[in-house]
Design a protein around this ligand. Structure first.
Ligand SMILES: Cc1cc2nc3c(=O)[nH]c(=O)nc-3n(C[C@H](O)[C@H](O)[C@H](O)COP(=O)(O)OP(=O)(O)OC[C@H]3O[C@@H](n4cnc5c(N)ncnc54)[C@H](O)[C@@H]3O)c2cc1C
Length: 347
């Protein structure tokens, strides 16, 4: 393919796609002002993610292995659920370094700049950073929940399909903490141990709980359970969390554009886990672009995991409806029940 491909965003989706396309001799420009960076994230992979992606087999950084998850109900009942297969937890900074190096080593041109504007000039894209303009035949939105490529193509995520997350990177917490705490909100708190620190956060459907209240709930939980904790970094971020299965009938591609990973909404609607889908969508996109048949991307990602996303979106919608009908307490109780039931076989 003798075309220039601009990929906006060097997260798991963008970097994996850049590596795949550049190693097949495509001209690839990968834009990101932050990468490599510690993106707000729990860092929990699916137990099969490393096996499913041979590119990760030689991952050189530490991986914590969760063998048992502790679920805490809204009434503080604790259930320990052993994992059938250990669940890897990684640092996002280290994953970011690894994937970006992979893209650069495959000859993708990395441009460490924020894309400020994109526009179309006939069939080509003009990509503007603060000091330069670039021309591309194909643009890929790998730019996460606030995707500007999504905005310019099929439109922003509606508010009901987003969650607000707030959290911390911590030290001073005992090792081997793999905790999910459910509350009276459409979301949950997590505490995941990593090699040198702990990742913790709280999320809820956008518009249901303010950021201030989310931080308070998280702080109260941490103070009660880990009195010695120290905050090294604080964040808040949006996350795609689709609450209507019809969302996934929308296209994620056009004649000269594609959305991958979180920009496409490919994130588990209930748990918020999206790294696995980011890799899956990147590979589906690489296959479609490699075959010079962009529209085949639609079937490729849907065949791989479309049904799972739809089931998750329907479950999320049901949780929100139950919350409206019976009060927010029921949401935490149902999420606790669902998590305990699903943990071993869903991973
Ligand atoms: C708090 C939180 C906790 C999470 N926990 C987990 C978890 O434990 N497990 C899991 O699997 N998933 C988790 N997720 C979801 C996961 O982080 C995402 O689904 C995943 O990172 C998506 O990968 P991506 O490459 O599509 O996008 P991202 O990782 O979001 O990467 C997008 C990239 O685009 C760049 N970008 C954005 N705008 C521009 C621009 N204008 N110009 C250039 N670059 C731009 C950003 O800098 C960023 O590097 C969590 C998300 C959040 C917010």
């Amino acid at each position: 393919m003798d075309k220039t491909i601009a990929i906006i965003g060097a997260g798991p989706a963008g970097s994996m796609l850049a590596a795949k396309l550049a190693s097949d001799a495509n001209k690839v420009c990968l834009f990101d002002p932050k990468a490599p960076w510690e993106k707000p994230c729990g860092g929990m992979l699916g137990s099969d993610t490393i096996d499913a992606h041979p590119e990760l087999k030689n991952y050189p950084y530490p991986i914590n292995q969760c063998h048992e998850m502790v679920y805490i109900s809204p009434r503080n009942d604790r259930t320990k659920v052993p994992a059938q297969t250990a669940i890897p937890i990684i640092s996002r900074l280290e994953l970011s370094c690894y994937l970006l190096d992979m893209a650069k080593n495959s000859s993708a041109a990395f441009i460490p700049k924020k894309v400020l504007n994109i526009s179309q000039d006939q069939s080509r894209w003009v990509i503007e950073t603060e000091d330069s303009a670039y021309i591309a035949d194909l643009i890929v939105g790998a730019d996460g929940a606030n995707s500007m490529v999504r905005k310019a193509t099929i439109g922003n995520f509606p508010e009901q399909h987003l969650s607000l997350t707030c959290g911390y990177i911590l030290t001073g917490v005992p090792e081997d903490q793999y905790i999910t705490k459910f509350l009276d909100i459409p979301g949950y708190i997590w505490v995941f141990s990593r090699a040198n620190h702990t990742s913790t956060g709280i999320g809820a459907t956008l518009g249901t709980v303010s950021g201030k209240d989310l931080f308070k709930k998280l702080h109260d939980f941490l103070s009660e359970n880990y009195p010695g904790f120290r905050i090294t970094k604080k964040y808040s971020a949006l996350i795609a969390a689709v609450a209507d299965e019809r969302f996934f009938d929308q296209p994620c591609s056009g004649d000269n554009w594609l959305l991958v990973g979180e920009a496409a909404g490919h994130v588990d609607p209930v748990t918020g886990e999206g790294i696995h889908y980011a890799f899956g969508s990147a590979k589906a996109a690489a296959q479609a672009i490699g075959a010079d048949d962009i529209h085949s991307y639609e079937d490729l990602w849907r065949d791989q995991y479309g049904d799972r996303l739809k089931q998750g979106a329907a479950a999320k919608q049901n949780l929100l409806i139950m919350g409206q009908d019976f009060g927010p307490e029921i949401i935490g109780a149902m999420m606790y029940f669902r998590a305990v039931r699903n943990f071993t076989d869903a991973r």
